[in-house]
Write a protein that binds this ligand. Structure first.
Ligand code: PMV
Length: 326
């Protein structure tokens, strides 16, 4: 009863921001992402009859407390469905700078969903895995697939229709995503709390929701046409709108630091001088700069001239879930 799976992180072009159901991780809006080749989590799950509790190892260290509880509750969903009540050893190795807005929870729960269902002997298709991963971390439901992925928010109260599907596979359009690290510290307002506060208190939240359909339609069209300018214009605007909602929350909060703004301004300067690049930012200070492969070296060199930049990781569209031999 052992299996190993690998899942990659993803970066949202159209952000998931706000839940309509916190227990089931049901979102207020659809989101669209690119799965990234460079960052991933490999997880092995082994259910064993003689265990008296779940054991969770992350990068070789035993993890207790809230993190372990999260993993155990997630495994409960799988044990319940399989009607098998064994505890498990979960051994995860992250190839992701954890919790600095690099979304290790996405690759983490996607890999865990895949490895645990396989280890316990459940036959789950990709949409089933996506639905399951969603209940560990919303954005994880998109990491089941490679390339360009859309999470359909669904309408139902039980969440059956809330899962992701692939829009275009990883070979369909090669784009460059430069993950620009300006800070490696843990974020102050975790996405769960940030979303809740924004939905409940920000007067700008309704504007965010109202403008989303146009962004989604434009993004799907840009992907189909491989229109980089259209895609970039929409994704940058979408990220700015998401972050604007946090400024209206009470109490207000902001994920950006001075360094974040410096990177954003450099990207806009690059564009003014004819180098097509766009930025997006998740729930943290780091920036992802998106450009076409022909420009990636030039854009990287310019970003490296900023003192605030600690490290740049060059990524491209990556694959969905893969299973490794156990
Ligand atoms: O699923 P979470 O809790 O990691 O939330 C992700 C939120 C954003 O990264 C800001 C947006 C997104 O769609 O990934």
């Amino acid at each position: 009863m052992k299996a190993i799976a690998k899942a990659h992180t993803n970066i949202a072009l159209i952000k998931y921001w706000g839940k309509r159901d916190e227990q089931l991780f049901l979102p207020m809006n659809n989101s669209i992402s690119i799965t990234l080749d460079r960052f991933y989590t490999t997880t092995s799950v082994s259910f064993q009859e003689d265990l008296t509790s779940d054991l969770f190892l992350l990068d070789g260290e035993e993890i207790g407390g809230k993190e372990q509880q999260k993993i155990s509750s997630f495994l409960d969903l799988i044990r319940h469905t399989a009607n098998k009540h064994y505890y498990a050893v979960v051994d995860s190795v992250n190839q992701v700078p954890t919790a600095a807005g690099f979304a290790s929870s996405a690759s983490g729960f996607a890999a865990l969903a895949a490895a645990a269902t396989k280890a316990i002997g459940l036959d789950v298709d990709e949409s089933g895995l996506s639905r399951l991963a969603r209940q560990g971390s919303g954005s994880a439901c998109r990491s089941i697939y490679g390339g360009f992925v859309e999470w359909n928010k669904g309408e139902r109260a039980d969440g059956i229709d809330s899962f992701a599907t692939q829009v275009l596979d990883e070979k369909g359009w090669n784009l460059s995503v430069l993950s620009v690290m300006v800070e490696a510290k843990q974020k102050k307002v975790l996405s769960r709390e940030g979303m809740r506060r924004t939905v409940e208190t920000s007067p700008f939240y309704s504007g965010w929701l109202e403008s989303l359909e146009t962004d989604l339609v434009g993004t799907r069209e840009a992907i189909q046409k491989r229109d980089f300018e259209q895609l970039g214009t929409i994704l940058e605007h979408n990220a700015l709108k998401m972050h604007a909602t946090t400024l209206g929350a009470s109490p207000p909060f902001l994920y950006w630091t001075n360094a974040t703004v410096e990177v954003m301004q450099l990207v806009q300067e690059l564009r003014d001088s004819g180098n097509e690049a766009y930025f997006t930012i998740d729930a943290g200070p780091n920036v992802k700069v998106i450009c076409q492969p022909k420009d990636e070296q030039k854009v990287k060199e310019r970003l490296q001239t900023l003192n605030c930049v600690q490290e740049i990781f060059l990524c491209h569209p990556g694959p969905g879930i893969t299973y490794l031999n156990s």
